[in-house]
Design a protein around this ligand. Structure first.
Ligand code: CMC
Length: 436
């Protein structure tokens, strides 16, 4: 008779143990009973980079990496991208269900009423260098918002959390736009609540002297779909950072500033910026084979390729490729698309990439669209962070309301010195020399 348990025999002692298996996992704490002596600490697992460790139970986003499936709250990403607005998806990710029309209208109204940012935070942008990286400005301004809303530290209060969620989703495009305008030496533009979430973002980025900004409908929809694709992605590096910082009960502004800095790295959201730099470096179609050779010899990575979880085509990359053509009809074709497509073609046929199951990820094509829309590469990751705020906040809310969660505090396998006596300064040279 099959049982949901695992039998373990410790060959060091000959003792056998039975531990429960639930949801395809054993609890690491169940291994602690496995000891070689009563004063032994007990068995631990060693898993750098969380390759095979679930840090939480979650009901938000499901990824089947082998089959290239991505579901938010059970709904396939392509259906959501086809049928929803970003704020509708944001509601779904945060609340667990698609909104009714009345719920959606109320949600949009509430979020849009929180798009203004305190003037002191806006002034913070004036202190940055003209060439400050927009992700640095975003992280700093998010952290600064904690000083404006000190009550946000009361993270165990559901009503307080709800208000901070509205504020963060409402204000993050405004902060992103402030960074953009500062970089371009342009005065900031106040939010226009007549516009949709994405249209208003475009207004705050691109409005010049016209009395009312009129967004291009195709570009607004494309940006909205890109936002939908980036709304959440389960326990990725920045979601894990959000959860880890928030597990100390830090306020959500501090926690999301931490998530932004995690996203900034070139192996995570920063990859979209790196893809464009890479395409610039390659320069022309004729240089692609030599570049692929460099990647294969380990000199560099093919940015925008590979994923920890997807071992099949990233479904978001497929959708992005499709909307690229709609955008290019408005903006003109970005010539980098041809290079990217050729690079993809060569890579997908090459043994190196096939064997390692390396496919284009969400960042491979998104930058090409953003560039065609007029964004410079250093702001691409901000365009990832704005919609990902929804995911970070959903992960935060789930963490705070999960009774199984505590402050995140991994163990280590200590391999350093055991106790040793302090060495006075005058004797150190000799001991260092003795130590080689
Ligand atoms: N180019 C060349 N080789 C690669 C790449 C790549 N982009 N990605 C992985 N590999 C190789 C890697 O060298 C290793 O080879 P070997 O087995 O010979 O040592 C093998 O594939 C397995 O890779 P890994 O480094 O163990 O995979 P990982 O799960 O630790 O890393 C990743 C995942 C996304 C960090 C990595 O694929 C990567 O650095 N990609 C480029 C950066 C990128 O596009 N990041 C965006 C990720 S998707 C959006 C997001 O999450 O923000």
């Amino acid at each position: 008779m099959a049982e949901d348990t695992l039998s373990i025999t410790d060959n060091r002692t000959g003792i056998s143990y039975t531990v429960p298996v639930k949801n395809g996992a054993i609890r690491a704490m169940d291994l602690r009973q496995i000891k070689t002596a009563p004063d032994d600490f007990g068995l631990m697992t060693y898993d750098p980079a969380f390759m095979n460790t679930a840090s939480c139970e979650s009901r938000i986003t499901f990824i089947d990496g082998d089959r290239g499936i991505l579901l938010y709250r059970g709904y396939p990403i392509d259906q959501l991208a086809e049928n929803c607005s970003f704020l509708e998806v944001s509601y779904l990710v945060l609340h667990g269900e698609l909104p009714t029309e009345a719920q959606l209208n109320a949600w949009v109204q509430q979020v849009m009423s929180h798009t203004m940012v305190h003037e002191n935070v806006r002034k913070l942008f004036e202190t940055f260098n003209y060439d400050a990286h927009p992700m640095g400005m975003l992280a700093s301004s998010l952290a600064a918002m904690a000083t404006i809303y000190p009550e946000s530290r009361n993270v165990l209060n559901a009503e307080v959390r709800r208000l901070q969620i509205l504020r963060l989703i409402g204000k993050v495009p405004t902060l992103g736009a402030y960074g953009y305008r500062h970089k371009h030496g342009l005065p900031s533009v106040p939010p226009d609540p007549d516009l949709s979430y994405t249209e208003n973002f475009m207004n705050m980025l691109w409005k010049r002297t016209e009395a009312k900004y009129k967004p291009n409908a195709v570009l607004a929809r494309a940006l909205d779909v890109l936002f939908i694709l980036h709304a959440d992605h389960e326990q990725n590096c920045s979601a894990n950072a959000m959860r880890s910082v928030a597990s100390s009960q830090a306020d959500p502004y501090a926690s999301s500033a931490g998530a932004v800095t995690a996203l900034w790295g070139p192996l995570h959201g920063g990859a979209n910026e790196e893809v464009l730099k890479m395409l610039d470096e390659i320069g022309s179609m004729s240089n692609i084979p030599a570049y692929v050779q460099k990647v294969k010899s380990g000199e560099c990575k093919l940015m925008g390729f590979g994923h920890r979880v997807y071992k099949n085509y990233d479904p978001r990359a497929r959708i992005i490729k499709r909307i690229a053509s709609e955008v290019f009809e408005v903006t003109g074709r970005n010539p980098k698309l041809d290079m990217a497509m050729e690079l993809e073609k060569i890579a997908l046929e090459d043994e190196y990439f096939v064997k390692r199951k390396l496919y284009p990820n969400v960042d491979f094509y998104s930058g090409i669209i953003y560039q065609a829309m007029g964004f410079s590469p250093d702001i691409f990751t901000v365009l990832f962070a704005i919609p990902r705020m929804t995911g970070w906040l959903a992960q935060w809310q789930e963490l705070i309301t999960d009774p199984a969660q505590k402050i995140a505090r991994p163990r280590q396998l200590f391999l350093g010195y055991g106790r040793r006596e302090f060495v006075p300064m005058e004797q150190r040279g000799a001991s260092a020399a003795a130590g080689g």
